[in-house]
Design a protein around this ligand. Structure first.
Ligand SMILES: O=C(O)CCC(=O)C(=O)O
Length: 284
């Protein structure tokens, strides 16, 4: 019997903890602001992450996490039973068992290939889970840079490892390719605020939204468990609600240049929702 190579398969690209990215993918990442890569972690590796993901998403660490355990589609203070889009920030800060896990090691290897001009390091990570049948579990469209302080070097690669298969029905990532090349960052405001509305601040709603342009053409990025998307800091992206009876589970890890991370930390910015920073002052 002949063996047929699946052109979408990434298995052959793994060698130890290295996953080979092609020059064409690096070009596509710079041009379009994202890539999708397949079969990055094996099922055995995924199974080492699942129990921790479920542990956090069930709220088992909530007592220690403050605002780092929240719902990204609803205001702070929403009771756990009403969560739609569960967000657990910085899981390995709260459970050291996750430090330098297999996802960190493989994504670091990929980040090193994408960013050869300097030393990328993991800046932050988060677990995101959409509960089944939660049509409002939307992650509002935004550019990641709109959330972050101004730094000299903005280079970022944000990895999103699918822990469950994701598709349009359960609210997979959606992007507007090419918006990464727009000259100006779009203006962002806290969810729930009208234009120039000071009544709703970043302290009330961590989630930011942008106004869509009529020219924005959304591309959906469905991915299978073990595969991932990578997007840059300027691409307009978000995700829709979960209208399916299945969970959508994803593990985000963002890499930035080491000196950028040092600049952020000097401003008191760690990507924790508990950071005591003056948002108006540092995000300009
Ligand atoms: O995966 C999602 O639903 C959105 C995540 C996101 O916006 C991000 O990681 O920057």
């Amino acid at each position: 019997m002949k063996r047929v190579t699946n052109p979408d398969s990434g298995h052959h690209r793994r060698s130890g903890e290295n996953y080979l990215i092609t020059p064409e993918e690096i070009t596509a990442y710079k041009r379009d602001g994202y890539i999708v890569i397949h079969d990055v972690l094996t099922e055995t590796e995924m199974k080492t992450i699942d129990p921790w993901f479920d542990h956090f998403v069930a709220g088992k660490e909530a007592d220690n996490m403050g605002r780092d355990f929240c719902d990204m589609s609803q205001p702070y203070g929403t009771p756990l039973e009403d969560f739609q889009l569960v967000n657990a920030m910085l899981p390995s800060k709260y459970r050291s068992e996750l430090v330098n896990n297999i996802y960190h090691r493989v994504s670091q290897n990929i980040a090193n290939q994408l960013y050869t001009a300097g030393e990328p390091a993991m800046d932050y990570e988060q677990f995101l889970a959409k509960r089944p049948n939660k049509a409002n579990a939307e992650f509002s469209m935004h550019q990641d840079l709109g959330y972050w302080p101004k730094t000299a070097n903005t280079w970022t690669a944000t990895f999103s490892l699918a822990l469950s298969d994701s598709d349009i029905e359960n609210g997979c990532l959606q992007v507007v390719p090419g918006t990464n090349l727009e000259a100006e960052l779009r203006s962002h405001r806290p969810k729930g605020a009208k234009e120039d509305d000071a009544a709703v601040s970043r302290d009330d709603s961590h989630t930011l939204v942008i106004d869509r342009k009529p020219t924005d053409e959304v591309v959906y990025l469905p991915v299978k468990r073990g595969s991932m998307t990578i997007h840059d800091e300027r691409i307009v992206h978000g995700s829709g609600g979960n209208t399916s009876p299945k969970w959508r589970k994803t593990y985000v890890a963002a890499y930035r240049a080491s000196e950028t991370i040092a600049q952020e930390r000097a401003m008191g910015f760690t990507h924790s929702h508990n950071d005591q920073v003056d948002w108006d002052e540092i995000v300009k």
